[in-house]
Design a protein around this ligand. Structure first.
Ligand SMILES: Nc1ncnc2c1ncn2[C@@H]1O[C@H](COP(=O)(O)OP(=O)(O)OP(=O)(O)O)[C@@H](O)[C@H]1O
Length: 219
């Protein structure tokens, strides 16, 4: 669950990126966050995964009021969220297996459990059998799917994605968004920031619109 209440964000030396933004994404829901370039979409996602903090207002994620989250709870909180980036941020000198295993190793998971979970995650994104390959030997869509497997390998309740189809053609974009839909069908809460009106039109998911840092609608 995500809830923003009257959130303002002003970057140091910057403009007001968010101004009185409020919306809610219920547990188990899938929603798109959209708006023109500079509207504040990435800023909202950064607030949700605590890469930034609001200047004012309240951000609640998975039942935590982020302003009150104790520093020692932070690693645990981050493990409850899977994050997918537009540029997927894979380590090109590591195998697909190692890339997907990384969050588990950071979380202290070891041995057979790592192997089991990595292969299960690759299976879910249709890349079982590719674990020994390297990211640069994969297509853009496949690389993005490795990024999604890495985001899901620790079984987060919430998946957030920033322009996950930004670099992909229409068919690959459909595959990626369908994959998010599938995870949502299995109970994962999903929030996708995107410009891609085609994807927004294809699915029944709710649309939260921002314009220059303001709420336009959250119907
Ligand atoms: N670290 C930062 N420091 C200063 N200003 C920032 C920073 N990050 C974002 N901004 C500004 O905040 C505003 C919102 O940016 P943000 O990246 O959230 O928009 P966006 O809707 O995700 O845009 P895009 O679709 O182009 O990625 C912009 O005016 C941007 O220049």
């Amino acid at each position: 669950m995500i809830e923003l209440k009257h959130v303002f964000k002003r970057y140091p030396l910057g403009i007001e990126a968010l101004s009185d933004v409020s919306f809610r994404v219920a547990r188990g829901e899938m929603a798109f966050l959209t708006g023109p370039s500079g509207a504040g979409k990435s800023t909202v996602l950064k607030l949700i995964c605590l890469l930034e903090r609001p200047t004012r207002g309240q951000v609640m994620v998975n039942g935590h009021d982020l302003a009150r989250l104790k520093p020692y709870r932070l690693p645990h909180f981050r493990r409850e969220i899977g994050v997918v980036f537009q540029d997927n941020r894979l380590l090109n000198e590591r195998t697909v297996f190692d890339n997907v295993a990384l969050p588990l190793l950071v979380a202290g998971v070891t041995g057979d459990e790592v192997r089991k979970r990595v292969l299960a995650a690759l299976d879910k994104v249709g890349l079982r059998g590719r674990e020994r390959g390297f990211p640069l030997a994969l297509s853009g869509g496949e690389q993005q799917r490795v990024g999604i497997a890495r985001a899901l390998v620790h079984r987060p309740a919430l998946l957030i994605a920033d322009e996950p189809t930004g670099n992909l053609d229409a068919a690959l974009s459909d595959d990626i968004i369908d994959l998010f839909q599938e995870f949502n069908d299995h109970g994962v809460t999903v929030l996708i920031a995107t410009h891609d009106l085609r994807q927004i039109g294809r699915l029944q998911a709710r649309v939260i619109r921002l314009g220059e840092g303001h709420m336009v609608s959250a119907a």
